[in-house]
Design a protein. Sequence first.
Length: 91
Amino acid sequence: PPSRLVLWLIRWCAFRLLLGAGMSKVGRNSSACWRQLTCTSTHYFTQPVPNPLSWRMHHLPDWFHQVEVAMTFVEQLVLPFLMLVPLRICR
């Protein structure tokens, strides 16, 4: 099994990766669509290899796309802090 130091370094790297991705979405140079919660409405057609499900996802209601972006913010700006909590139940 890996040592505690290795586990903490992996958690720290994952924390920085997720938090950095979230901060780039709300930073000064970010796209306005992140602040308006509309980025996923165009994401499905602008990804490198759109799949057949992309058309259906693109045509979902606007409130669904807003929930998707809000969940992305929670996942990238709130939940990474739980990785650093030493209690196993939080991770």
